[in-house]
Design a protein around this ligand. Structure first.
Ligand code: AMP
Ligand code: MN
Ligand code: MN
Ligand code: MN
Length: 278
């Protein structure tokens, strides 16, 4: 089994390390095939690819697109696409500009809850001026002592129903899949075990994703427990999806796994990465 990590973040989105350092860290941990998948932004891919080339680490282009599907916020990872594709670049630029509008509304809502200045505070943590995420607000709220760590800040302030959460329209599922596949990539449903939906709604989602051209499910994920891995492995085999594997690394000491861990898949799953090893 080859050690792969096809889901990682840098400070081009809401990770802490620059792209080159994430690549070096993954390589130092034995990773042999790597994709950088920043939220809604391709800005780290050139540096990451260059660094991977120097290290002899096989590299795949990646992105994690924010999607609204009904009331659900889904993440679709794109892998192995042409990063110069215009429709993909334009689609992502549109999603990023929506992030700023949302951030302003989040800050207004936090101000009403007695926390002024959160937009400026979060912006300090956003290395990429085009990309602002709840994770940047979370780091600021920890800084001013609103919670002890990023994880508990999400529970207290940034989850649905909490003062810092506002509704937002992301890309539509069909758009995200079309941007990725239109650029020659494969669309992967990220961490399906994390979505707050029952098994029947999940079935509807998996059927629709397939019909739109989705190619794989993330089976092994930093967000999945053992039962999720087994369950989504079974669903891949049953529904004809390939299986992907990624840590969803953001930052050391923020509760996520380190990048580059080995992702064994359940028996009978077809690894989505086979195509990049030939
Ligand atoms: P956004 O795309 O701006 O809504 O932010 C979502 C990001 O926040 C995710 O990609 C994670 O990096 C982070 N996040 C979401 N939920 C949690 C949580 N419970 N604990 C820590 N980080 C989280
Ligand atoms: Mn994130
Ligand atoms: Mn995600
Ligand atoms: Mn992610």
């Amino acid at each position: 089994m080859i050690a792969v990590d096809l889901h990682c973040h840098s400070n081009v989105s809401d990770g802490l390390l620059p792209p080159r350092e994430v690549v070096r860290l993954a390589h130092s941990r034995g990773c042999q095939l790597f994709a950088l998948t920043d939220h809604d932004d391709l800005g780290g891919l050139a540096d990451a690819a260059d660094e991977a080339g120097k290290l002899g680490l096989r590299f795949v282009t990646g992105v994690e697109i924010s999607v609204s599907w009904g009331r659900h916020n889904l993440h679709v990872v794109g892998l192995g696409f042409d990063p110069e594709n215009e429709a993909l670049k334009q689609g992502l630029a549109q999603v990023r500009s929506g992030r700023w509008q949302r951030a302003e509304r989040m800050a207004e809502s936090l101000a009403k809850a007695g926390i002024p200045g959160a937009l400026a505070g979060a912006r300090k943590y956003a290395e990429n001026p085009e990309m602002i995420s709840r994770a940047h607000f979370a780091r600021y709220l920890v800084e001013i002592g609103k919670a002890k760590d990023v994880r508990s800040v999400f529970y207290k302030y940034l989850k649905p129903g909490m003062p810092g959460y506002v509704e937002h329209e992301w890309a539509r599922l069909h758009e995200a899949v079309a941007w990725i596949t239109g650029a020659g990539g494969v669309a992967v449903l990220a961490h399906p075990g994390r979505y707050d939906m029952g098994p029947e709604t999940l079935r509807v989602l998996l059927a629709e994703f397939k019909r739109l051209g989705g190619g794989a499910l993330e089976v092994s994920s930093g967000c999945h427990g053992v039962a999720d891995v087994a369950r989504f492995g079974r669903l891949c085999r049953e529904l004809g999806y390939a299986a992907s594997c990624g840590t969803d690394y953001h930052a050391t000491n923020e509760g996520s796994r380190e990048p580059g861990l080995n992702g064994d898949l359940p028996d009978g799953c077809e690894p989505v990465w086979k195509r990049w090893l030939e």
